[in-house]
Design a protein around this ligand. Sequence first.
Ligand code: CMC
Length: 382
Amino acid sequence: MSDELKRGLEGVLVAESDLSYVDGEVGRLVYRGYDIEDLARGASYEEVVYLLWHGSLPTREELDAFAADLAAERAVDDDVLDTVQALADAGERPMAALRTAVSMLSAYEPEGDADPADLDATLRKGRRITAKIPTILAAFERARQGEDPVAPDPDLSHAANFLYMLTGTEPDEVSAETFDMALTLHADHGFNASTFTAIVIGSTMADVYSGVTGGIGALSGPLHGGANQDVMEVLQEVDASDKDPVQWVKDARDEGRRIPGFGHRVYKVKDPRANILEEKLRDLSESSGDTKWLDYTTAIEEYLTEQGLLDKGIAPNVDFYSGSVYDSLGIPVDMYTPIFAMSRAGGWIAHVVEYQEDNRLIRPRARYTGPKDSEFVPVDER
Ligand code: CMC
């Protein structure tokens, strides 16, 4: 047994996985052998989830059946929708509302009594969770706007249906494709904090609802999924101030603030997902004629590059560009992290099932640094 302390588990190998490969030195991300660029441009979110859950890309027939099964599970029980409404009325934050609602979904799970070791049943539960998260999120956003939920449309893709349920209007092709690409890019990323959280929970053979609920909690933090919202808030702050983006970054650095959307535990170069989203943002900005966020993000990135941040391995991560892309789709800022969860649910479920196939309870140690010989004094004598 080693007594070497690895804070933050940095670089520690805890399992083997066939799901995603992240090369932080060259900026490469692979899902089950396929480059993220190829998947983002050529595969739908449903295709990628099939790949993650079943190990190979589906044939056309397999994909159609998988997508139809997923679409058939989108409806959410009225009790859950009532709770979503109550959470919106109480002013709950979207990630917290999602965490509560996903946890509640398990009460309506038709296979709730299935043995947690029955991994086929776990995948079916995972399918229900993945299908219902967009319905919950769209209903929550509409409830906040005083609008009734829009029922899911099983004829639309996972991505297009979410945008439809959010706005009540079927999205155009470019919006649906852009959103689908964003979902594909966020679907999996090795043993990141939220995935590891889901795996730790799964390693106790707790049910997959607990794993996904825990994953949502972990993803909500500003060091993880919360950064995409922070980036957009920075851009909006710059826009509302009399500062230009470079001045804002200079001041933030002088105050010792971290720049959201920069830095990564694994990537020491620009995140490949950031490159794809940057390109998408460029296309969208050029076709709409509104280049404001593109101009701001480019100015910030150029300035930080000149300052040598990229040379130190602190480069743009996926969150630096995703917010601007979501903004162009008309998605409210505090829904960005929930959208990350909507996509990452596919990865969490894949990892929980993969880990449970050869399960070992995760139980590390801490080096005890407290006292060992304190004398106990009864409460009334203290
Ligand atoms: N801005 C300025 N300096 C930074 C930043 C940043 N965004 N990120 C790291 N650094 C500096 C940090 O101050 C430290 O410098 P020094 O050694 O002089 O003290 C050095 O880089 C190493 O930082 P660290 O905290 O030891 O690195 P880490 O691996 O623990 O941090 C991170 C990774 C993502 C938490 C961090 O880069 C960060 O806080 N970034 C901003 C939040 C963010 O964008 N998060 C999204 C991550 S990617 C999507 C996801 O996984 O959800």
